[in-house]
Design a protein around this ligand. Structure first.
Ligand code: IPE
Ligand code: IPE
Ligand code: MG
Length: 624
């Protein structure tokens, strides 16, 4: 069934979903929702396009993951590879979410929705954790266990969906707002979700039995005198029929207590009302034919369903027309999937302009040494370096500090050559901080001359290097600004290594400037403050496309970050080397990358898949 309001393509257009791959992902989610969530799909059609697509992505993607956990083989046996596949999906999701990517269409749609609506990933993590347990077959001994599961998995998801509806009603976006103003509302919402879950456990009974599952508490079966074996043998007894009627009655009573938030957009009220009414209908269909539940899923009676939905559609359409959808979400720009070698996807393919201006390979290191070969999946994508220790190096060699900076510029050029050789995609270097203006004039002069000159030299080498500059203009000499901007312009079509020069850069200043710009846009009504996600915020930083830092390296012996990339480095691996920067060359970078590749990165989770390149004896060097 197509949308009664507008065809799917137009729904995507009106939701700002124009990318073809992303649309495919949303389409897959829409089909999964329609196939497995008849009620959810019908209700989604009462919502305006941006909320409708969000509902499909949330529901459809969760079904896709759920199916992985429950996968059965051709003969109905549980698929032994399901745990591995579930794990792989979850790991890929975590990585995609971190990078703002989508390495498969369904994940891409889910991530797009989460970033557009600023949905924190917490509710999905709990869901994943429970699905992991589902892989081994879930049984509930007591109602308490059943409730706990429901509380962890279903309630957060439904509340998330509910909070999206609240935003449409112009209310605060957090799920907690659902509970505001209604006594005991949190408990009541929990109960409503339990009603839905219990109803679904009844209608899915035969499908669950196919896999040897019974999603009802053992305690309930025992109280009713229904042996589990009877269910597994699909034997209907009067006790079983009584149990179904009793459970359907319980679910209906819970549903009847569903609180509605105090202030609602009328169309949201219509959608929520239709949702609970359709569930009542499902419960009636279930209680009417208890014995049949053992063999198939009861369908919603068509005429009753239409009697309910047709007026709801008319009312919702009228309400949306009278009170248009008020909010402006922040759709993110997702980058295409990473290719299996860990390098960039399509956006990093060579552009026609770049093809007309061929680039050259970097000169090898004088010793002839070649870079180590690292598997794509452990290769860091973004290395950031605090190039420190120039002054102390010079002093130790009896030279003026300015000589340290000149020697440091040579080290920098060699490291960039090495980054290209090893196939790094992003290298960011801290060349001059907003705090470095405190230095003596001769040092400032040298730095303002040496830094742009080194960059210019790299650009002139015609390497496959794209230069970006992060930092403020104020106080920088005009010719330094011009050189940096010119380097950016000349190399903008190159796609090999993105070299970000942090010159006159301060991390807090960068975040503050981004916040100020965003605030201006919010005041002008261009963005909805409720949908500003971390991803959307990052779009206001100096170099919006800069991915998270994987490895943050500092030379020169000090162990601090000195206001360098605070936003981008929250989960960076830190490596502090005693070597002063002028003594560094590309081999130092390669060695650091190898060390980073051996580290196990958990991002707050616990490791699921054994790290293939785990450190052997904890001898990882802190210095070279
Ligand atoms: C890094 O070396 C270069 C800049 C900060 C511009 P330093 O000049 O800070 O060297 P040390 O830390 O004084 O040795
Ligand atoms: C950090 O080094 C800045 C750059 C390398 C450009 P600093 O030498 O300025 O850092 P602090 O002052 O020791 O923290
Ligand atoms: Mg220093």
């Amino acid at each position: 069934m197509r949308s009664p309001f507008v065809p799917a393509t137009s729904v995507y257009q009106r939701s700002g979903i124009n990318d073809a791959a992303l649309r495919r992902g949303y389409e897959a989610c829409r089909c999964a929702t329609r196939a497995t969530g008849e009620i959810e799909y019908a209700v989604s059609l009462l919502l305006p396009p941006p909320l409708r697509t969000a509902t499909w992505a949330l529901y459809g993607a969760v079904r896709a993951v759920d199916d992985l956990a429950d996968a059965v083989g051709p003969a109905g046996e549980l698929d032994p590879g399901r745990a591995g596949r579930l794990e792989a999906w979850i790991s890929a999701f975590e990585a995609d979410l971190r990078d703002g990517r989508g390495s498969d269409p369904v994940r891409q749609a889910l991530i797009h929705t989460m970033l557009t609506w600023n949905l924190p990933p917490g509710f999905l993590h709990t869901l994943f954790e429970e699905l992991r347990q589902d892989v081994n077959g879930r049984q509930f001994a007591t109602w308490q266990e059943w409730r706990r599961y429901n509380n962890l998995i279903n309630t957060p998801l439904v509340l998330r969906a509910g909070s999206l509806l609240l935003r449409a009603a112009g209310l605060p976006a957090e799920p907690e707002a659902l509970a505001a103003g209604v006594p005991d509302a949190a408990v009541a919402w929990q109960t409503a979700v339990e009603a839905i879950y219990l109803t679904d456990a009844l209608v899915d009974l035969s499908a669950d039995l196919d896999r040897g599952h019974v999603a009802l508490p053992q305690e309930a079966l025992e109280e009713a005198g229904v042996p589990r074996a009877d269910l597994l043998a699909r034997r209907s007894t009067p006790a079983f029929e009584d149990l179904v009627r009793d459970l359907a009655g319980r679910a209906r009573a819970w549903l009847d207590r569903t609180p509605l938030p105090p202030v609602l957009h009328p169309a949201v009220g219509v959608a929520l009302g239709a949702y609970t009414d359709l569930y009542r209908l499902r419960l009636k269909a279930t209680a009417d034919v208890p014995a049949a539940l053992l063999h198939h899923r009861p369908a919603l009676p068509r005429s009753a369903r239409l009697r309910l939905l047709l007026p709801a559609r008319a009312k919702a359409a009228l309400a949306w027309a009278l009170f248009p959808f008020p909010i402006r979400p922040c759709p993110p720009q997702l980058v295409p999937a990473r290719t299996p070698d860990g390098l960039g996807g399509t956006e990093e393919k060579r552009s026609p302009v770049a093809q007309r201006h061929p680039t050259v390979a970097p000169p090898p290191h004088p010793s002839g040494v070649r870079p180590p070969q690292l598997p794509g999946e452990v290769m860091p994508r973004h290395v950031a370096i605090v190039m420190d220790g120039n002054g102390r190096w010079a002093t130790a060699h009896g030279l003026p500090r300015t000589d340290g900076h000149r020697q440091g510029a040579r080290a920098f050029v060699d490291v960039v050559h090495g980054a290209l050789e090893i196939g790094l995609k992003y290298l960011t270097v801290y060349a001059f901080s907003t705090e470095n203006w405190k230095r003596p004039a001769d040092e400032l002069q040298t730095l303002m001359y040496e830094i742009p000159r080194a960059v210019r030299g790299l650009v002139d080498e015609r390497l496959d290097l794209r230069v970006r500059w992060a930092g403020a203009r104020s106080r920088l000499p005009v010719d330094a600004i011009e050189q940096l901007l010119e380097s950016e312009r000349t190399t903008r079509d190159r796609t090999g290594l993105t070299l970000t020069m942090c010159v006159n850069y301060g991390g807090r200043a960068e975040i503050t400037a981004a916040a100020a710009k965003l605030a201006r846009e919010a005041v002008a009504g261009k963005v909805d403050p409720g949908s500003i996600s971390e991803h959307a915020f990052a779009g206001y930083l100096h170099v919006p496309e800069l991915p998270d830092v994987d490895l943050l390296l500092r030379t020169g012996g000090d162990q601090r970050t000195s206001n360098f990339l605070p936003w981008q480095s929250t989960y960076a691996e830190l490596l502090f080397l005693d070597t002063p920067w002028p003594d560094v060359d590309r081999r130092t970078l390669w060695h650091a990358i190898e060390q980073c590749a051996h580290r196990t990165r958990r991002y707050g989770s616990v490791p699921r898949i054994p790290a293939q390149h785990a450190p052997k004896s904890g001898q990882e060097a802190a210095t070279t």
